[in-house]
Write a protein that binds this ligand. Structure first.
Ligand code: HEM
Length: 499
């Protein structure tokens, strides 16, 4: 017995662990297929480097990566396993329609919602799950729901008109999120979640988005966090959680019940209008993919992807429009050239389009770097041969602020997209929704909402933002979604547009 105890003594255990980690670090630094790529040694040796910026520094790794690019060049090794490229010319190589493209499981699994299409690492399974969603989110389907979008706009304008009468200050930032949220749920589930009816526009959802980013970052490094949170009984969290968590879980519960209701009503004649759940249920996917749990993962993630993304671009564009009278006047003059506000007409307006492009540039929807893996072939970046199976990522925050492409990137300047030589060149290097097999599913819905809301509000109201500053809209952290300094708040007073 004694020799056995001796064998597992603490000292031996310590030495074994030390030898293991030293050997692992040696392998990663000198023998690993990525060892010849530039980047900091610490990041190459251990993921704890990233964990420090993710967890301790609260979502700062993307900005550290920007610094590292300045030092080491456009392609760098940012962890033992992953490369990052900061060069818009590589967008077309990495986000493509042809070929097999996996996602980095380590990153997407941290959400513990493996049934969601967006978070499915494997190419084939993702492709199968996305198939029934493509027609549901097509431009034609969105066009068929413009009345629904216009209805929510009227409700928003009604709420804003009440603030015109009262002269009270209100949070336009939360009101915009309420609009995009109500539209997204109505579109996806055929039911509005009525944030536009809430007195404070369900302002708490702004913090909830940020909170889920924190959980995701922690879950990447501590793998038990996501599954543990998912296993917690919802009613228990609603009872004992802190304020924001409670509200978020209450909302998740309603969302789950709605999904269950729609799954159960499959094929029934008096079911809700067009909704995504039925689209999946009626698809050719195998029955295993049609369980309530799997579909709920998709509902939760797609509805989650569908509001702060669009709201962020609208908020920054609205702030700058009302902060820069010349841009506002030009947009109003353009709107005056059409006598309808329907989607088809507003889509044709070139200045409205560049105002929105500039909003999308200054508010890239996602703070997270977006990885792709080519499992079956090498990728080429300049002289670099990237081994098959390597997660390679790019970050929209960094691309959209590249001074070489966008001089004075912090300046809201729609004109940069109109310059006859520069504009088309810029659009070629710009992909705010990304492209390829895993590009944004909700792009047409987002464009419709942005066109309708912008034309609707600019036409009717004059906003004043007394305590808002341009810095409030700058990204301050990676919350998977974009974290901004102002956290989505945009306090406004309003009057009717002067004629
Ligand atoms: C301005 C608004 C939006 C922007 C800029 C945007 C941007 C993006 C980007 C960059 C991706 C790629 C993410 C990745 O590689 O992991 C993405 C994916 C996605 N987006 Fe959006 N998005 C917006 C609005 C929406 C809306 C309104 C919806 C739905 C209601 C939506 C649903 C999705 C989904 C489901 C995916 C995953 C697609 C897949 O993996 O096949 N997005 N979006």
């Amino acid at each position: 017995m004694e020799p056995m105890l001796d064998l597992i003594s603490w000292q031996r255990l310590g030495i074994t662990i030390a030898v293991y980690f030293t050997t692992l670090a040696f392998y990663r630094l000198f023998l690993h297929p990525l060892s010849r790529f530039p980047g900091p040694r610490l990041a190459a040796a251990s993921r704890w480097y990233e964990a420090y910026y993710d967890v301790v520094k609260d979502g700062q790794y993307v900005f550290k990566i920007a610094e590292l690019h300045k030092r080491y060049g456009p392609i760098i090794r940012i962890s033992p396993h992953e490369l990052h490229v900061n060069d818009a010319a590589f967008l077309d190589q990495l986000y493509r329609q042809d070929g097999i493209w996996d996602k980095h499981a380590w990153s997407v699994d941290a959400f513990a919602t493996c049934g969601a299409t967006m978070l499915t690492p494997q190419h084939e399974l993702h492709k199968a799950r996305r198939q029934p969603l493509n027609p549901f989110f097509s431009k034609a389907r969105v066009a068929s729901r413009v009345d629904m979008i216009a209805g929510h706009l009227e409700k928003l304008c009604g709420r804003i008109s009440a603030f015109v009468e009262s002269g009270e200050q209100f949070n336009l930032g939360a009101a915009i999120t309420a609009f995009t949220r109500d539209v997204a749920f109505d579109f996806i589930l055929g039911k509005s979640y009525r944030s536009l009816d809430a007195e404070d526009f369900d302002e708490v959802m702004l913090s909830a988005t940020r909170g889920s980013g924190q959980v995701w970052r922690l879950g990447k490094h501590l793998r038990f966090v996501g599954p543990m949170l998912k296993a917690m009984p919802v009613d228990w969290v609603i009872k004992y959680g802190e304020h924001v968590t409670k509200i978020f879980f209450r909302f998740l519960k309603v969302n789950m019940e709605d999904t269950e209701r729609l799954v159960a009503s499959r094929g029934s004649p008096e079911t809700a209008p067009s909704n995504m759940v039925h689209e999946i249920m009626e698809s050719k996917l195998p029955e295993l993919e049609k369980t309530t749990t799997r579909i709920f993962d998709d509902v939760a993630v797609i509805t989650g992807a569908g509001f702060e993304t669009t709201a962020g671009a609208l908020r920054v564009a609205l702030f700058h429009l009302f902060d820069k009278p010349d841009i506002l006047q030009r947009l109003r003059a353009e709107l005056a050239t059409i006598d309808t506000r329907d989607l088809k007409a507003t889509e044709q307006l070139p200045y409205l389009k560049v105002v929105l492009l500039e909003g999308l540039r200054m508010s890239p929807a996602l703070g997270a770097r977006l990885s792709r893996i080519a499992p079956d072939r090498e990728l080429l970046y300049g002289k670099w041969r990237i081994p098959a199976g390597t997660p390679v990522s790019m970050s929209l925050i960094l691309l959209h602020a590249d001074e070489a492409i966008y001089p004075e990137p912090l300046n809201f300047n729609p004109g940069r997209w109109m310059d006859s030589s520069g504009g088309p060149r810029l659009e070629k290097r710009f992909a705010p929704f990304l492209k390829g097999t895993r590009g944004c599913l909700g792009m047409h819905l987002a464009w419709a909402e942005m066109n309708v809301l912008m034309a609707g509000l600019v036409d009717r109201f004059d906003f004043q933002f007394r305590d808002a500053r341009a810095e409030d809209f700058e990204s301050d952290s990676d919350q998977f979604a974009l974290g901004t300094r102002g956290k989505g708040v945009l306090n406004a007073t309003v009057c009717r547009k002067s004629r």
